[in-house]
Design a protein around this ligand. Structure first.
Ligand code: HSE
Length: 369
């Protein structure tokens, strides 16, 4: 059995990963070792064939005994430890949730329903570094997989509505704290039978703008607000999240599909763990709407086409409907009045599952097999 070392398994993505692995009985055919940066020697989580004691995530010697290391520990850890392991001539497989190594020549961005042929070729060619993609990129590609396979797309503009989870666990908590603070600040007025909504609105604004409003993590209010910028400012008006949309997409598609131009604006909104995206898609030629729908819904096992109708959309095409599952919902598909070959679509997917943990879990299974 392969020795698989897990680092960062206690964090949000790591926990989702472990839960999925338990659900799929994935611990039955590996020898699992759990590493820690702070609790060496303490009890490891219980798994079939799992080592009972936590090992040191900074011990290159202990790490180098693994056939496979799966890290959800974050970019700083990857930067330090991956380089040290390479210097140590470790030749195991490194699977990573962090973005650090995504664009490196030695790594493949893994999203096997889309790029399994690239993964297999890389395996044959001795690649050993497998990195999960940016969540919006992975979720978008799974949603429009059918149009990509068909080679139907000239360009895509993706306008995102990204959940708090993409920023981390502390941010999810902060969103809820902010919601609570806004509610508390208006409670007395809301209790009145003849409450004045304009007074309530003023109270909300005052609270949001006050110095005691919790915004340590987001820096600004997210509850009752939105944030039209995600990740670093790369200059020329471009955010790093938007850059990822352009470049990671085509690294994943490389060698198997035609290049597509992708660009758009990335925005944080107050949903918990599902990212949504409004897509404007320029098709290369005229397709009937029925053909477009057929291509989309038959592309993979997870994409679920929601009819472009009000009831279906408000019930099934939302973070509340999709979160916690592997379905990638896509709907609001219609021809836009702008151009005969331009269509709209709206897609929602769980940022922690297909957006983070699931491609890593599946890559591990590919390596085990
Ligand atoms: N960068 C993403 C976000 C999450 O901030 O929502 C990770 O892919």
């Amino acid at each position: 059995m392969k020795k698989v070392g897990f680092v960062g398994w206690r964090g949000m993505v790591g926990s989702v990963l472990l839960d999925r692995m338990k659900e799929e009985n994935n611990f039955s055919n590996i020898n699992a070792f759990f590493f820690t940066t702070s609790q060496v020697g303490m009890k490891a989580p219980e798994t079939i064939n799992g080592e009972k004691i936590l090992l040191d995530a900074h011990s290159i010697k202990e790490l180098s005994e693994m056939d496979i290391i799966l890290s959800c520990q974050g970019g700083d850890y990857t930067e330090k430890v991956y380089a040290e392991l390479k210097k140590y001539n470790w030749d195991g497989h490194w699977i990573d949730a962090a973005s650090t190594l995504r664009m490196a020549d030695e790594s493949i961005i893994v999203l096997d329903p889309i790029n399994e042929p690239s993964i297999n070729t890389a395996l044959k060619n001795g690649f050993r570094t497998w990195v999960g993609g940016n969540c919006t990129v992975s979720l978008m590609l799974l949603a429009i997989h059918g149009l990509i396979k068909e080679g139907a797309i000239e360009w895509v503009s993706s306008m995102t509505y990204q959940a708090a989870s993409g920023a981390g666990a502390k941010n999810m908590k902060e969103l809820l704290v902010q919601m609570g603070q806004l509610h508390s600040s208006t409670e007395s007025e809301l209790k009145k039978i003849n409450f004045n909504i304009l007074d309530v609105d003023k109270m909300v604004l005052n609270k949001m703008r006050s110095s005691d409003f919790s915004k340590e993590n987001f820096q600004v209010p997210l509850a009752g607000n939105l944030i039209p910028w995600i990740d670093q400012d790369l200059g020329k008006g471009l955010s790093r999240e938007e850059w990822k949309g352009q470049f990671e997409t085509n690294k994943i598609l490389m060698n198997n599909y035609e290049k597509i131009n992708v660009d758009g604006l990335c925005t944080r909104i107050g949903s918990m763990r599902s990212h949504s995206q409004a897509l404007t898609i320029k098709l290369k030629k005229h397709y009937e709407l029925t053909e477009i729908n057929d291509l989309i819904k038959s592309a993979n096992n997870w994409v679920k086409l929601v009819p472009n109708e009000k009831e279906a959309s408000i019930n099934n095409l939302t973070p509340a409907a999709v979160s916690g599952g592997l379905d990638i919902a896509i709907g609001r598909v219609r021809r836009l009045a702008l151009d005969d070959n331009i269509i709209s679509a709206f897609t929602v997917g769980d940022q922690l599952l297909w957006g983070a943990a699931e491609p890593l879990r599946r890559m591990l299974q590919i390596l085990i097999k």
